[in-house]
Write a protein that binds this ligand. Sequence first.
Ligand code: BGC
Length: 413
Amino acid sequence: TSSHQVEGGDINNWSEWEIKNAERLAKRAKTYWQPWQIKKFPEILDPGNYIAGRACDHYRLFENDFKLAKELGHTATRVSIEWSRIEPEEGKFSEAGIEHYKKVVRTIKTLGLEPFVTIWHWPIPLWLAKKGGWENKEAVKMFSRYSEKIVSALGEDVKFWTTINEPEIYSSSSYLGGFWPPQKRNPFSYLLVLRNLVKAHRAVYKSIKKRYPEAMVGIAKNNIHFDAQDKSLISRLRKYASDKWWNFYFLDKIKDYQDFIGLNHYFHNRILRGKVRNENKVVSDMGWELCPEAIYFVLKDLEKYKKPIYITENGLADAEDKNRSWFLVETLKNIKKAIDDGVDVRGYLHWSLLDNFEWDKGFWPRFGLVAVDYKTFARKPRHSAELYKDIILANGMTESVAKKHINCCLNAN
Ligand code: BGC
């Protein structure tokens, strides 16, 4: 999970932006989404869908949520720290905020789960947004100072740190595509932000390792399988350039400053005559093509960094849970194939434990192994969560697991 998407009640540049943009996003939805999506999820047209508000109320219910993860067989869980709760005013740190995350991490550890802690998963405190956010070169120092607070408070209990979640998705959506706050469309801002994120990661990497040499520090990197379908020069060039820029630029920049690679993987882009042409035979509720074979190629491509790989995100929006079981099993098979071919994959974290607030899309995309009722905040594990549990317990898709779940959706719909 990530803090803003599940906790509820945080005040930062995202929560402000949501209030200002909810009406616009609801109006845009009429043309942005397909008729089948609007029919299936009428809340797409409701401005309330676009305001995180109490989210999953995980800030209050975290203990139950981690207990549930444990009951569902999980052995690790990923959480993020909300910067605005730790440093609500510039340079003034909230003891209550820090205390909360100490409790979060203690609870995870006490349950016997391994915490994977993300220091920054996108929202920034309002005071930093006013100062220009990540475009301001001072942001690197500010981020390092905030990180030091967090690491000194939680360092004894946390081995796995991801400093930054998906720097390329954040910088391109916020500064190039203009979809997310601060909604810029400026290539120079985009490059500047990327550069500052590289610097921020390196600085925090060094400071964590100085204090905790045994810690494992990395980022969560969103990599796509760019799949040239024809041998034309234009397709091969497009694949080469996309790999180089999207998949490897950031990792190359931090290659001497990471102990593991955190892989977030969702997309497969088929390139035909230089253009992305996905078949979309099986899609998620968000219309994203589901291609569980792609993860094999993405993992193979990461082998060159010679670092252990933890899959820090992978999943799908599937409210009816009709494809999740199939997708999970096929994805795990492809990870196994990569491991058998020598790729050093050490772990898999499914996105997500809970349904959650999907940024500018709002609440309707349901990514959870566990369904959340946003009115009562009740949690209900989906069938796929039970299958996943059996796979974890058996450490594989054994015959008996397959038999038990034979009547559930092990095929794509
Ligand atoms: C992000 C998550 C997001 C997920 C599904 C990733 O890009 O890290 O915050 O919910 O994808 O879109």
